[in-house]
Write a protein that binds this ligand. Structure first.
Ligand SMILES: *Cc1c(COP(=O)(O)O)cnc(C)c1O
Length: 848
């Protein structure tokens, strides 16, 4: 009996939720705001320091703390006051008008549904793998800061992405610890009567129940679906076990749950977004379910419903290689969606397959999710200037006869959520120079303000942040060695390997060949000499996981482990196992230089380099992704020559040489140049320029403002217009387009006359439109762009009728004669109000 009474009971078992502090703390613990706003950190540490430091998950603390421990803290009036204050300020922030309310007060946009396969919000919610999740997580956070009405839809994976251990032989081992939903900061979504909300979807004849979890991200909600419902067959319970695990068919099922289940959830919750943002093609099935919903509401046919709803869909593509898209065998599509196509959408399975194909007639062509996304969206964008260009090339096959430059893919460069990635020291400096509200989209003088911070302050920030990183890394590595069974000597030794006066390089990313994580290791002897020069020593911290099925990537990890082993007992390199958000945060806050070595143009954007900006870290990177446009000599260093060289090993060797050369001749000398007061003034000047010029540009608040103004707002307007009165406009447009299509083959050009004077060419062409009305087309004079510029397109004006012909007209335009007349070609394209050309129709006729 006595023993039993000593067992501490968790507060939830008998502390009533009526207690104000419990409610307040729960509210704080369940808002992911703590992943960027650290004002409550002390509270959590006070409640359970060990658990807080190890999990940084307040909800886990709330779930485990005993009544006695809780009572002893809560009895302190100062503590209670602190909680009241924190809860109130969180509520105030979440409800205060922000950028969106100020700049777009009368917009018709009420909800953007943001679909993503992964979200990286905090390491306490491990449902991410890398860059894609990072973009999704950081954009949700920025949308919350800016007050943009976004709602997230994703999946809850029971095991998330695999966790990494490096064993005694230096080999990666994949671990799959279970994410206990009770410990994750995500309550189940309940109906008003308290019952769990469960959704039923049909998977090839079987009913599958989906559970729903709710994540609060500031003012934004993210809903996560999972199939681990007790009522499901075992084979269905496991669908959402792992992110990027399993085979192709499992991936297909996950994507059905995300896209179709996700859109159905919104209907269930009576939420009707104007805009659906597909973060990569994984969720593209939402397009079908959205159209189906519209069919049910209005009685329209599928083609009309798709034409109406696609205007409100936005597709963001993230890969720079066609192999990066999900492809499915037609048989799988047929098995899972055949009945859905026929009975719900009222189309044949072949018609559905056509939406994911380049050639609708080719029955052997696989179903491409990115093609579905393009065929069902009103706009498409890549994630950096270079990636926009690469994507136009990739998607060219969908727009035959159209010039690559006009393939309808634009770009919005990613940004990172600065409050999430800045160090305490950086936060202080920025707050002092630019104020608390600096990332809320309304401060126009950020660069100038941060540019005036003194050398001493910047250097002090760097030194403190670097100390913190070294302390973190030493502790981390010694724990890691202990965990994988190393001797106590090496565990102890690991605590004293690094020193904060030394130039610290960081390199962390997924280990895949295109990122060349071993470029630095190209010449191990030279690297070793470079790192261990007694006068100018350098230390390097590395981290990264290779997908369990990627053996080449795992070999690259092994190469580094071998290098470390050969340089023991004092290796100048630390490898931090299990690269996740926590490791990443510490790295980007404390490194001096961030190295990135992808093969151009395969890094679509890259975001880790952006995370060092706010912290004064400097980038040394391939001219790829974001850095291709961000780089200038005063803010960092560039690798490569700005051209593409494929995976040519000779080029790799030359870039490795260039990398060593830059480190030896520029980076290291500049860092150790300490003529004035022992601080490197040139280095600091570079830090300051990088902070001032680049941080505001690569902040997620800039990206979300661009998404809002360039895409969400126009998409909402366009969708609402087409959808009004049960889709009248959409229906008219489809009918109109169909009649254009039927008559297009009869359109042809007649005679072309060119009169060239000193200044200009005057073109006059005859065009025979037959049954097409002249208002339904646009006639243009086209010339390819010069250098990297877009094409030159000049509208031709309609003139006289051609006698004796139905809808025969003269069209004319004049262009500068600085280019040869042979550079210009007349062409005709459709022109219907609101229709996006060539995204929604690829019709085009060239004069030659
Ligand atoms: C930022 C981040 C990434 C993405 O970095 P890239 O440079 O785009 O590869 C991946 N993983 C983690 C843990 C990150 O924090």
């Amino acid at each position: 009996m006595k023993e039993k009474s000593n067992i501490k009971k968790p507060i939830y078992s008998f502390l009533s939720k009526k207690q104000k502090e419990v409610r307040g703390l729960s509210e704080l613990a369940l808002d992911m705001r703590w992943s960027w706003d650290h004002s409550a950190d002390e509270v959590w540490r006070q409640l359970n320091p060990e658990l807080w430091d190890n999990t940084r998950n307040p909800w886990a603390i709330m779930q485990t703390i005993s009544r006695e421990d809780f009572q002893s803290v809560i009895d302190d009036p100062v503590f209670r006051e602190k909680i009241d204050f924190l809860v109130k300020s969180m509520r105030d922030t979440n409800s205060a008008p922000a950028w969106f309310q100020k700049y777009h007060p009368n917009s018709s946009l009420t909800c953007v549904a943001y679909f993503s396969m992964e979200f990286m919000l905090t390491e306490a919610l491990p449902i991410y793998s890398g860059g894609l999740g990072n973009v999704a997580g950081d954009q949700l956070k920025a949308a919350s800061d800016l007050g943009v009405p976004v709602m997230g839809i994703g999946l809850l994976y029971q095991q998330g992405y695999f966790r990494q251990e490096i064993d005694l032989n230096g080999e990666q081992r994949a671990l799959y610890p279970f994410n206990d939903p009770g410990q994750l900061p995500i309550p189940p979504l309940r109906q008003t009567d308290g019952e769990w909300l469960r959704l039923k979807i049909n998977l090839s004849g079987n009913n599958v129940w989906l559970r729903v979890w709710q994540v609060q991200v500031g003012r934004i909600k993210l809903y996560l679906l999972d199939s681990n419902d007790a009522a499901n067959f075992p084979v269905h319970r496991g669908i959402t076990s792992e992110l990027y695990g399993g085979d192709n068919e499992l991936r297909f099922k996950q994507e059905l749950i995300l896209g179709i289940g996700g859109w159905r959830l919104l209907q269930e919750l009576d939420i009707h977004p104007e805009v659906c943002h597909l973060n990569e093609g994984h969720a593209a099935f939402a397009i079908l379910e959205r159209a189906y919903t519209f069919m049910k509401e209005t009685g329209q046919a599928f083609n009309v419903a798709l034409a109406v709803t696609r205007a409100g869909n936005l597709f963001t593509t993230h890969t720079a290689v066609p192999a990066g898209f999900d492809l499915f065998e037609p048989a799988i599509v047929e098995q899972y969606l055949g009945e859905y196509a026929e009975q719900k959408l009222g189309i044949t399975c072949k018609q559905l397959l056509a939406l994911g194909r380049k050639n609708p007639e080719d029955d052997s062509e696989k179903f491409n999710m990115a093609y579905l996304a393009i065929h069902g969206s009103g706009a498409v964008n890549g994630v950096s200037w270079l990636h926009g260009k690469v994507s136009r090339k990739i998607f060219e096959p969908l727009f035959p006869k159209w010039p690559t430059a006009e393939v309808p893919v634009r770009h919005i460069t990613n940004g990172v959520h600065m409050p999430t990635w800045d160090s305490k020291e950086a936060d202080e400096i920025w707050t002092e120079a630019c104020g608390k509200d600096r990332w809320l989209g309304m401060n126009k003088t950020l660069g100038k303000d941060i540019g005036s911070v003194s050398d001493e302050k910047i250097w002090e920030m760097r030194t403190n942040a670097n100390k913190a990183l070294i302390a973190f890394a030493s502790e981390y590595v010694s724990k890691q060695l202990m965990g994988s069974g190393h001797s106590s000597d090496s565990v102890e030794g690991a605590k004293h390997l690094f020193n904060s006066n030394i130039l610290t390089l960081g390199f962390a990313r997924r280990f895949v060949t295109y990122k060349r994580p071993n470029l630095l290791l190209h010449n191990p002897q030279r690297l070793l000499r470079l790192l261990t020069n007694p006068n100018f020593p350098v230390q390097l911290i590395i981290a990264g996981k290779a997908h369990p099925a990627d053996y080449r990537g795992q070999d690259l990890i092994k190469e580094w482990m071998l290098f470390i082993r050969q340089t023991t007992p004092r290796p100048p390199v630390l490898f931090l196992a299990d690269y996740d958000m926590h490791v990443s945060e510490n790295l980007v806050q404390g490194v001096d230089v961030w190295i990135n070595t992808p093969r151009r143009p395969w890094e679509a954007c890259g975001t880790s380099g952006m995370k060092v900006l706010v912290n004064g870290g400097i980038n040394l990177s391939e001219l790829d992704g974001w850095w291709a446009k961000a780089y200038s000599p005063e803010v960092g260093w560039a690798l490569g020559d700005g051209n593409e060289h494929g995976d040519d090993p000779e080029w790799d060797a030359r870039e490795a040489e260039q990398l060593y050369h830059i480190l030896e001749n520029e980076v290291i000398p500049e860092f150790y140049d300490r003529k004035e007061h022992g601080i490197p003034t040139k280095w600091i000047a570079r830090m300051r320029k990088s902070m001032a010029q680049l941080t505001p540009r690569f902040s997620a608040d800039r990206a979300v403002r661009e998404y809002t103004e360039q895409h969400y707002l126009p998409a909402a307007t366009n969708y609402l217009e087409r959808a009004a009165n049960n889709g009248v406009k959409g229906k008219q447009m489809i009918n109109h387009l169909q009649s254009l299509q039927e008559n297009w083959d009869w359109v042809h050009f007649g005679e072309v006359k060119i009169a060239t004077s000193e200044k200009q060419h005057v073109f006059d062409v005859q065009l025979y439109l037959n049954d097409i009305e002249p208002d339904d087309v646009q006639v243009e004079l086209f010339a390819n762009g010069l250098n990297d510029e877009g094409p030159m397109i000049t509208k031709m004006e309609r003139g006289d009728r051609t006698e004796g012909r139905v809808n025969g007209y003269h069209y004319s335009a004049s262009v500068s004669s600085s280019r040869s007349a042979a550079d210009y070609t007349p062409r005709v394209i459709p022109h219907l109000p609101g229709l996006s050309v060539p995204l929604e129709t690829v019709l085009i006729l060239w004069q030659h």
